[in-house]
Unconditional design. Structure first.
Length: 399
């Protein structure tokens, strides 16, 4: 008999109260895009495995493939407790949030049995092969070639911004299988491919922050099994768009947990109370207080909208509006609130991680610089606004 959600929530409360790690002697990543060292990687992999084995990750995924076999309400309850205790992130985001739901929705039985448990217990780390060096946000113009040869595809080309590429065991890949198709979208195919095969190499990309969370991936006559094809050959654009729906939180089915360290406005409040401007506390400034209140209101709005999105009668007129706007609003909010935190630091805002005079060891600086990656990945904020306008508001398609 399935556990009661309330009982499950109490078990989660007790477990995370006891097992949530305290401060570490190294910098913990704020998002999965910042896992740049082996120490960070091993720590987060171990943490994800512990949470999964305790039953609080993948609780709503089918038991026959390694999940908990419970309801989404159970997983939501566990994730809520993780948020309360500000637990470390679940770093295998591409597997837990994108590849896993996709495989469960449209994958073959063999693909489900092969991949789902490894995604949950962090044995199999996943990366994404969408963006290319010469094609930017024009995903439909992907040029990496995949040529069928018997039971394999032979790959040539490169992908960029492959987060965790140097650690990943598998990749979700968009490749061009038919360069002569009548339009660029019809010639694409979507594949689940192994990374540890001859002809696939990764090169770390050093970011502005000094971290190496991204890589560029090169394919040189790399041979991968054709049974990794998702859907039919030539249906890659359709599958990629479904994947982006998971990435943008416009479609559910994710395994749960936190993929990003959320910024609490009350932490900014503590920072503001200790900051001074021209010798006076910044909290004496009514404009500063108004901005803080605005951030607190926004945070509550996000939470209420998340709850509202699960109630169909409240979304009947425009069911996709809240899911489609959540990615845009949350990523821009994270950028703005970190920028505001820096504005409170005066001249100390010029000091970064590891420097003696840095406030909170550069936590806010790192958060601000890294926030830009989230406003770009999964579709830039400009593209997100177009999507909302066209698909939620019914505005004419932009040129």
């Amino acid at each position: 008999m399935s556990k009661d959600v309330e009982e499950f929530a109490k078990e989660a409360e007790a477990w995370f109260a006891e097992h949530t790690p305290g401060p570490q002697d190294f910098m913990l990543p704020l998002t999965f895009m910042e896992v740049g060292t082996d120490q960070q990687f091993e720590f987060l992999r171990d943490w994800q495995r512990k949470v999964y084995e305790a039953g609080f990750l993948g609780a709503a995924w089918p038991a026959e493939y390694g999940g908990g076999g419970l309801s989404q309400a159970h997983q939501d309850a566990a994730t809520k407790v993780m948020r309360k205790y500000k637990t470390p992130i679940m770093f295998n985001t591409i597997g837990l949030g994108w590849a896993g739901p996709l495989i469960l929705d449209i994958g073959t039985e063999a693909q489900k049995k092969k991949h789902i448990k490894g995604i949950l217990n962090a044995e199999d780390v996943w990366c994404q092969g969408f963006s290319e060096p010469d094609n930017g946000s024009d995903l439909g113009n992907a040029q990496l070639r995949a040529v069928r040869d018997g039971d394999d595809y032979v790959l040539n080309g490169s992908k960029i911004w492959t987060t965790l590429g140097h650690h990943a065991k598998y990749m979700i890949l968009l490749a061009r299988t038919d360069p002569d198709a009548p339009n660029k979208y019809a010639g694409l195919s979507f594949m689940l491919i192994p990374m540890r095969v001859p002809g696939i190499e990764t090169t770390k990309i050093r970011k502005l922050t000094g971290e190496h969370g991204f890589t560029q991936t090169f394919f040189t006559d790399a041979r991968v099994p054709a049974d990794g094809l998702m859907g039919k050959e030539g249906e890659g654009w359709k599958v990629a768009m479904q994947t982006l729906m998971y990435e943008r939180n416009a479609k559910g089915g994710q395994a749960g947990g936190l993929s990003i360290t959320e910024v609490d406005p009350l932490e900014i409040l503590d920072l503001a109370r200790g900051a001074k401007r021209s010798g006076e506390p910044v909290m004496d400034d009514p404009i500063i207080r108004d901005k803080l209140v605005d951030f607190i209101i926004e945070t509550q709005a996000f939470r209420q909208n998340a709850a509202r999105a699960k109630i169909p009668p409240l979304n009947r007129d425009c069911p996709q509006a809240i899911p489609l706007m959540s990615k845009l609003m949350m990523t821009e909010y994270t950028r703005r609130i970190n920028e505001f935190a820096l504005s409170l630091q005066g001249t100390k805002s010029g000091y970064y991680v590891g420097e003696d005079n840095a406030v909170d060891d550069g936590y806010w600086h790192r958060g601000y610089l890294n926030a830009f990656s989230a406003t770009i990945g999964g579709g830039t904020s400009q593209i997100q606004r177009n999507i909302i306008g066209e698909h939620a508001l019914g505005l004419p398609k932009t040129r």
